[in-house]
Ligand binder design. Structure first.
Ligand code: ATP
Length: 242
């Protein structure tokens, strides 16, 4: 059962077209990665899902319902939450206050402060510190936690690994099975292709606003991915749909 689908999704900035007919699906409890070079359209795609870029209603469906172009606040209430690139914590608030902001007007569900502190114990230790006094990785945990506190059905993560050390990236992605284990579905936009392939069930590679490769993460070869990523012709292969 798909929770998010896009069909022929096109997006524009004024006259400039950024997405040229994206067909995409995210199934319940699944983690899907969107990869692609700078300017490929990954952020525009996430913004189209969250209402920040206006697209036709039918182009994006959430749980079967057309949501394209809906006001972002309404989309959040339906259960689509974004972990924004750059974390964007509230600088004057403590870690715990930042997390509680996520619960404000959120939905009821499994995610509570206690549940979150079990997943990221360091956040409980630092709960009274200002969010911005934390390391980059810890700030990323707060940003994820803040989104989870709203108990969304779908979590959208933009470039979680940006600027973080490999060991910290691993620690953060190690939490994903716990998150999807609660039935949540996750889309990650990820620059690090190896990380994306390791943690996701399926991958979409974007190139110049189009899907250049799609397939089960464990069925795609490095060669296929790099060809789709950099824009060379990818050879047909089992499990992959270019
Ligand atoms: P990056 O990893 O660099 O963020 P991306 O894959 O997320 O890249 P987008 O940011 O979605 O790519 O950009 C897709 C296209 O849309 C690019 O050609 C970009 O120049 C253009 N674009 C993005 N934001 C705007 C904007 N606010 N106004 C006009 N054009 C934009």
């Amino acid at each position: 059962m798909s929770i998010v689908t896009t069909h022929g999704l096109q997006a524009f900035y004024g006259d400039a077209q950024a997405l040229f007919g994206i067909d995409f699906r995210l199934d319940e409890g699944e983690l899907v990665a969107v990869i692609g070079a700078n300017g490929a359209g990954k952020s525009t795609f996430l913004k189209s899902l969250t209402g920040l870029v206006k697209v036709p209603g039918d182009a994006v469906r959430f749980d079967g319902r057309p949501i394209g172009g809906m006001p972002p606040g309404q989309i959040v209430k339906l259960g689509l939450a974004m972990v924004p690139e750059g974390r964007r914590l509230f600088p004057s608030l403590s870690v715990e206050e930042n997390l509680l902001m996520g619960a404000f007007a959120g939905r009821k569900g499994p995610w509570t402060l206690e549940r979150l502190y079990r997943m990221f114990p360091i956040l409980e230790q630092k709960k009274r510190n200002p969010g911005t006094a934390l390391s980059g990785g810890q700030q990323q945990m707060v940003a994820i936690g803040r989104a989870l506190m709203g108990n969304p059905r779908v979590l959208l993560c933009d470039e979680l690994s940006l600027g973080l050390a490999p060991i910290v990236i691993k620690e953060i992605y190690d939490a994903m099975p716990t998150i999807t284990g609660e039935g949540m579905s996750v889309i990650i936009v990820e620059q690090d292709v190896m990380v994306a392939q390791r943690v996701s069930r399926r991958i979409y590679c974007f190139q110049e606003g189009r899907v250049s490769l799609e397939g089960a993460s464990n069925a795609l070869s490095r060669e296929q991915i790099s060809q789709a990523y950099f824009g060379l012709e990818a050879p047909a292969a089992e499990g992959a749909h270019a």
